[in-house]
Structure formats: structure tokens, C-alpha cells
Ligand binder design. Structure first.
Ligand SMILES: Nc1ncnc2c1ncn2[C@@H]1O[C@H](COP(=O)(O)OP(=O)(O)OP(=O)(O)O)[C@@H](O)[C@H]1O
Ligand SMILES: [Mg+2]
Length: 324
């Protein structure tokens, strides 16, 4: 059974995630190559390891880069660390004002606060980059590759974390506001209020996109091994708590060959886990991907994976393109 529903007009963002090394990047990039046959597609790497460059055998970096030999496909790498540094640089004055007016901090305390991270903000800022790209509306599909589970969950839970911080900062501001109003009779929003309000808007935009099942879908990638299955189970539970939709799961590295004793043994060992995946995730459609004899690197190899992911329709179209 191939991936389904990704061509739906409303579906904008498709996020791939799962345990380390299970094939997230390969599947995300192959899926993006497949979608690019019909849609203007952007593949976004949020993994600090940025293996999208390695997978495509093309240096991508922090700018939009057309992918060589794949018409309609662009790629970009995003760094949470870089996005937060830029945010801090741009809003240094507002942050200092916020700490200065909302607390009893002296200059040294404020400098210390400035050097600390704000919970969730790095990831929110990298998500803001994604959401800004989606709202610019230059592409029809946005495929997101994530780092292994823990990092992906940090990214997806970042709006909740940052929202808590904003609430706390706003509470401190209300005290300050009350004081000003008591003394001078009126209070006008200053730049720190505007920054908090804008952060709140960003958090809301991200949460709204993530929880919109028509616009956003998360595709977990798993392999037929117990630890990967257990991690996928936990991941799916967390996703549900963030109201993020998953409709299908990729079961990668499934042994198909019977050619040698080793293959038969591997295949038999996998069988119970393949069954477990079907049973445990019965609400999801399972897309089985065989273990290829070689690693999946470069566009040619990724196209083979793309054909498995999308089935015959896209396969034929790809073959026609290759032949012409
Ligand atoms: N079906 C497959 N058959 C053969 N090799 C595969 C298959 N899927 C992935 N690989 C290979 O496995 C390795 C890991 O794949 P990939 O980088 O896509 O995993 P990942 O989940 O993104 O890893 P990370 O957690 O480090 O980001 C790569 O060398 C890739 O070529
Ligand atoms: Mg990866």
C-alpha cells in the first residue's frame, strides 16, 4: 500500500519523524521528489545534522536552493540556534526592557537573563521560519525532515512551552502596568508589549497549523524492531496530545529477499514485528518499504524509494520522464 492523500489540495505540511537512523531523511526527501512531479515542493530540514544535503548529495545550507535534476523541488536547512540568535539580535532592546521593567533585576541579572535561553523559543523561531515560508505561499507542498524523536518532540511542543513563558512574562508586565497606571493614570503599550503580543501570535499560528488535520500530517517512520516500535508508540501518543494528525506510517527496511539463509533468518525475525506494527497501529495505514541492497543516496537512488512510497502512478510518470 503506497502513501495516500498527500496530493490533497489543502494538505500543505508533511512532517517525517521517528527514532534515530530509521530512514526519516531518506523517506522525507524521496517523498518530496515524488510530490515535485505534480506540485511545487519545498523540502525543509530541521535536523541540526542536516543530512538532507548528504541525502541529495548537494550542499543546501540556510538558503532556498533548487535541487539539481529535480524540477519543481527546492530545499532549505533551518537552524533553531541560528533563528534564536537572530531573534535575540533583532529584539535585544525589547527583551532588556521586558526584564528591566517586570522584575527587580539589576543590570548584571538582566545580562544573565539575556544569556539564558527562553524555553521553547529556539524551536519556535525555527518553526516561525517554516510558517513564514508557508504563508508566503510560493510552494504547494512543504515536506519537513526532523531529527530523532526527542528533538522533533521539542520542536512540536515548543509552542506550548513558549506560551507558558509568554503568560509568565505578561503577568509580570501587568504588575508593572498596574504600577504605571496607579501613578500616572494611563499606560500605553511599549515595544516589549508589542514583542510579547507578536510572539503570542506566532505561537498561535504554529499551534493552529499543527492541529489542522487537513493542512498538516505527521508521518512516523519505523523499522521492524521492538525498540523502534516502542519509540513510535510513545511518539504517536505525544503527537495526539499536541493534536497532530497521523494517518499513515512507513515501515522501512522490511526484508523481502529469500535468497540466502541470512535473508530468510532476518525475514523470519522481522515477521513478528511487522505483525506487531499492524496490530499496535491499526488506526494507521502501514506503508511497507523494503530494505534496499545499497544505501539510498543521491537523486537516482531516492527515486527508487519514491517509487515504492507512491506506487505505480508516479513510477510510470518517472519512467516516462527518464525515457524522454
Ligand atoms: N529502505 C532502505 N534500504 C537500505 N538503506 C536504507 C533504507 N532506508 C534508509 N537507508 C539508509 O539508512 C541510513 C539512515 O537513513 P536516514 O539518514 O534516512 O535515517 P534517519 O532516520 O534520517 O537518520 P537520523 O536519525 O540520523 O536523522 C542511510 O544510509 C540510508 O541510505
Ligand atoms: Mg535524518
Amino acid at each position: 500500500m503506497p502513501l495516500t492523500g498527500l496530493e490533497s489540495k489543502d494538505l500543505k505540511m508533511i512532517i517525517f519523524g521517528g527514532k534515530g537512523g530509521v530512514g526519516k531523511t531518506s523517506c522525507a526527501v524521496a517523498c518530496a521528489i515524488g510530490l515535485a512531479e505534480h506540485f511545487k515542493t519545498l523540502v525543509i530540514s530541521t535536523d541540526p545534522a542536516h543530512s538532507v544535503s548528504d541525502s541529495l548529495e548537494q550542499e543546501i545550507g540556510f538558503r532556498l536552493q533548487p535541487v539539481h535534476n529535480v524540477p519543481n523541488l527546492t530545499a532549505i536547512e533551518i537552524s533553531a540556534d541560528k533563528a534564536f540568535k537572530e531573534f535575540k539580535k533583532e529584539h535585544e532592546a525589547e527583551l532588556i526592557k521586558l526584564f528591566d521593567t517586570s522584575t527587580n533585576f539589576d543590570d548584571e541579572d538582566i545580562q544573565q537573563m539575556m544569556s539564558l535561553s527562553i524555553p521553547g523559543i529556539d524551536e519556535v523561531m525555527s518553526f516561525k521560519t517554516i510558517i513564514d515560508l508557508i504563508e508566503e505561499d510560493n510552494y504547494e507542498k512543504y515536506v519537513v525532515d526532523t531529527a530523532p524523536t526527542g528533538h522533533a518532540l521539542r520542536l512540536l511542543s515548543s509552542p506550548i512551552l513558549l506560551d507558558e513563558w509568554i503568560k509568565m512574562a505578561a503577568k509580570m508586565r501587568w504588575k508593572y502596568r498596574y504600577m504605571i497606571e496607579s501613578f500616572s493614570g494611563e499606560y500605553k503599550d511599549d515595544e516589549a508589549d508589542v514583542m510579547l503580543l507578536n510572539l503570542k501570535k506566532t505561537v498561535k499560528r504554529i499551534a493552529a497549523l499543527l492541529s489542522n488535520s487537513e493542512k498538516c500530517e505527521f508521518i512516523p517512520v519505523c523499522i521492524p524492531e521492538d525498540m523502534a516500535i516502542m519509540e513510535t508508540d510513545r511518539l504517536l501518543k505525544e503527537l495526539r496530545s499536541f493534536k497532530i494528525t497521523s494517518r499513515q506510517l512507513i515501515l522501512n527496511n522490511v526484508m523481502e529477499s529469500d535468497e540466502s539463509g541470512f535473508c530468510r533468518q532476518r525475514k523470519a525475525a522481522q515477521l513478528k514485528y511487522v505483525e506487531k506494527v499492524h496490530k499496535l497501529f491499526k488506526e494507521l495505514q502501514v506503508v511497507m518499504v523494503p530494505q534496499f541492497p545499497d544505501e539510498i543516496k543521491g537523486v537516482m537512488a531516492l527515486r527508487k524509494l519514491q517509487q515504492v512510497l507512491f506506487g505505480e502512478n508516479i513510477k510510470r510518470k518517472t519512467e516516462i520522464q527518464h525515457e524522454s
